[in-house]
Unconditional design. Structure first.
Length: 333
């Protein structure tokens, strides 16, 4: 069987013959957003969102997406209390994902989804968005999928969503199978109560190039990308070691270098991709200045201009001195 697999063909193998709602509506479900310390960057299969490298993230506790599905006269998608036009890309992606489960002839649904993080601004709304949608689909149609299936199917909505089904540290193992059913996330059995994440918002406007296009463009056009898989594999090891040893210096240094290496591959793409704004660079310099002055703070950044700071509870007051407006998250508290 050499025919290329599609999302629909993979999912169909795990569904009952008829997928119908179990009731009028479901209680809203929540999934946290997450930030990667070792990034997912590059796909070996763009249809199934199978990654070139494994990645490791921390979920953002109460920050994320709440989604609810109900029976309706027509398909309708509501984001943050406002109806999204049916032809809008956002609505089309949500409905296309639901179609993978109910089929295109399935009965219409209303989707109500609320992000308490900015949408499409590099704060991983696609991760919490598709993880919450996957959980809502599972509940609404009574699928009772096991956690591995939920993670694999959420990944088909957005790769980073595979990790948003869990709290705390999460590893997404790249897997080797052609159908991707071993390309799933698993929670690490480690807590780090003192760990803190600071969100430094430079701009919450929707980015001009979404993560998906940015990633594909980088793989296709940046020679520098060749070095990425090796770097990611080495960083993943170092992060596991840092978490096992509670070695914050190693965690922070590895995460910051991993993020900057990913951005280096983007800058080397054509047309070039620079998600940074002047405010992003100013924040980086402030972080390096804080470190030079003895405050242990590191950063990571995704496909957007905003920074996520990494520090421990004992450094929180000192870090706030440099970033008075940051929002602080205690991912294990
Ligand atoms: P981000 O950095 O926010 O993850 P991406 O470019 O990866 O940005 O993804 C943004 C896309 O994620 C949106 O255009 C939309 O398709 C999807 N998305 C965001 N929030 C939700 C949600 N609540 N439900 C479903 N999909 C969502
Ligand atoms: C830089 O998961 O948003 O945030 O799979 O195409 O939906 P798609 O991309 P997405 O990419 C996230 C990229 C990143 C790194 C990461 O979260 O690991
Ligand atoms: Co995303």
């Amino acid at each position: 069987m050499s025919e290329r697999m599609t999302k629909g063909s993979v999912i169909a193998q795990y569904l009952p013959e008829r997928v119908t709602p179990v009731g009028e509506t479901i209680a809203p479900v929540f999934a946290p957003s997450n930030i990667a310390l070792c990034k997912y960057w590059g796909k070996r299969d763009v249809e199934l969102n199978l990654p070139i490298n494994s990645s490791l993230s921390i979920s953002l506790a109460h920050l994320g997406t709440q989604t609810r599905l109900s029976v309706s006269d027509e398909d309708a998608v509501w984001l943050n209390g406002e109806k999204v036009a049916a032809q809008d890309k956002f609505a089309r992606k949500v409905i296309a994902f639901i179609d993978l489960f109910r089929g295109p002839q399935g009965s219409p649904v209303k989707v109500e989804t609320d992000n308490n993080i900015p949408t499409a601004a590099g704060l991983a709304s696609s991760a919490s968005g598709f993880a919450a949608l996957m959980l809502a689909i599972d509940g609404f149609y009574g699928l009772k999928l096991d956690p591995q299936c939920l993670s694999a199917f959420a990944r088909m909505g957005s790769g980073s969503a595979s990790r948003s089904l869990y709290t705390g540290f999460v590893e997404w193992q790249m897997g080797v199978r052609e159908d991707g059913m071993d390309s799933i996330a698993l929670p690490l059995d480690s807590h780090w109560d003192a760990l803190r994440i600071g969100l430094v918002k430079v701009s919450v406007a929707e980015k001009a190039v979404d993560s998906r296009s940015g990633m594909n463009r980088t793989v296709e056009t940046a020679h520098l990308y060749q070095s990425w898989p090796l770097q990611a594999a080495a960083d993943l090891e170092r992060l596991h070691q840092a978490i096992a040893d509670k070695n914050f210096t190693q965690l922070g240094e590895t995460a910051e270098q991993n993020a900057l290496s990913m951005h280096a591959t983007m800058i080397a793409a054509w047309p070039p991709l620079l998600y940074w704004q002047p405010g992003s660079v100013a924040a980086m310099h402030r972080i390096w200045q804080a470190r030079a002055e003895g405050v242990e703070v590191y950063f990571t950044m995704d496909a957007g201009p905003n920074l996520k700071l990494l520090f421990t509870a004992e450094a929180e007051a000192a870090v706030k001195h440099y970033f008075p407006d940051m929002e602080v998250i205690a991912p294990f508290g």
